[in-house]
Design a binder for this molecule. Structure first.
Ligand SMILES: C[S@@+](CC[C@H](N)C(=O)[O-])C[C@H]1O[C@@H](n2cnc3c(N)ncnc32)[C@H](O)[C@@H]1O
Length: 352
């Protein structure tokens, strides 16, 4: 099994990147419209001021801040978003990342070992201050404002979150003009919560301070439709979600094991999401299997790898040069990764 080590040369972060691409294939017309027939060639529909840091198959990965990148994209050029942003924002800021990489201090904590296995660090969101929460609200407002015009009408946006923070993200995104379309529940046993009161375990043996978390919310939004769903599907190829099969609609609960150690070795990012889950989510986001899927917080490139596995065109943006380098190496490995059968829900087979 190939493995990656997070021992990476930082690249300079500059924006926008030097222009080398002059392709206009798949660009929306001057009216900002793009027919269903042209959306499969929309891989090249991005602003020429940004040059991909990496390209493979139908995927492009850009290095930079996604707010800057989104601001430079043409209107109506993205057909779906599947993303796992920094839930609390602070945990992916440079100072917290330095602490994580040094293994000392900050919001990243090592959960207690379980069944003899040392667990990976996870960020603690109960320590966020009022000003951290205000910053979170304003970040997701700016993000949703920047994202909305780049999406075609009816595009779905699936955003990973955390039960302690998801309400704030949902309010910010809806205020920008998105419709809330529910949540996809990733049923996953985490080691969050379930503890007795700190330093008073023996005094309160029957008390749990917070429920042991057994699920992860993925918030689902949609850019308002142009007309009815059928009109939108005809014109833009979006507006609904792709069915699992003719007799099975996409459902909003997906059983998912935590990301397994062999998959983590391929892509050692602290927030790696498993392919077994991502492939189901990414497949569903393009109802006709046509268009471009965006992950603006690409991390290890796991969403891009899932899109490549399925055969969808995709684009990622990642701001951290170390994770960008990691993604370049990890995308081909994750694309071909065979999830262990028990990490795939028996009710949700992944077809391409
Ligand atoms: C929660 S992680 C995503 C991990 C990903 N789901 C995976 O499986 O590898 C969020 C990522 O977003 C990146 N990030 C944070 N702020 C960003 C921004 N403004 N623009 C682009 N990337 C950003 C972080 O460096 C981090 O790699």
């Amino acid at each position: 099994m190939p493995q990656l080590k997070l021992d990476l040369e930082p690249e300079s972060l500059g924006r926008p990147f030097a222009a080398t691409s002059t392709s206009t294939q798949g660009q929306p017309s001057s009216s900002g419209e793009c027919s269903v027939a042209s959306i499969n060639s929309a891989e090249a529909a991005f602003s020429p001021v940004w040059t991909p840091a990496y390209q493979v198959g139908r995927a492009s990965l850009f290095h930079g801040d996604c707010l800057d990148w989104l601001a430079d994209q043409p209107a109506n050029s993205i057909h779906g978003v599947v993303t796992d942003p920094p839930y609390g924002l602070v945990e992916y800021q440079p100072e917290q990342q330095r602490k994580l990489r040094r293994g000392r201090g900050g919001v990243w904590r090592l959960p207690p070992a379980f069944d003899g296995h040392q667990r990976s660090p996870v960020p603690r969101f109960t320590t966020l201050t009022a000003s951290d929460l205000d910053a979170l609200d304003s970040f997701f407002s700016s993000w949703a404002d920047a994202l909305l015009p780049t999406l075609v009408p009816g595009a779905h946006v699936l955003v990973a979150s955390n039960p302690l923070l998801s309400h704030r993200v949902a309010v910010a995104v809806c205020r920008s003009g998105f419709e809330r379309r529910g949540e996809v529940v990733r049923l996953v046993m985490t080691m969050r919560g379930g503890d007795r009161p700190k330093n008073a375990h023996e005094e309160f043996p029957d008390v749990t301070v917070m429920p042991r978390s057994k699920w992860e919310p993925w918030l689902l939004f949609r850019k308002p439709l142009a007309g009815r769903v059928q009109d939108n599907l005809r014109k833009w190829g979006t507006g609904g979600l792709r069915r699992i099969s003719s007799d099975r609609p996409f459902g909003d609960v997906i059983a998912s094991a935590p990301t397994r150690p062999d998959e983590r070795r391929l892509a050692p990012h602290p927030s790696l999401k498993p392919q077994a889950f991502l492939r189901q989510a990414v497949r569903a986001i393009l109802p006709m299997g046509e268009g471009v899927v965006l992950d603006p917080f690409a991390g290890s490139g796991s969403t891009i790898a899932a899109a490549e596995h399925i055969g969808y065109a995709s684009t990622g943006v990642e701001s951290d040069p170390e994770y960008l380098q990691l993604a370049k190496a990890a995308i081909p490995l994750l694309k071909d990764y065979e999830p262990c059968p028990d990490s795939v829900s028996s009710t949700d087979p992944i077809s391409r």
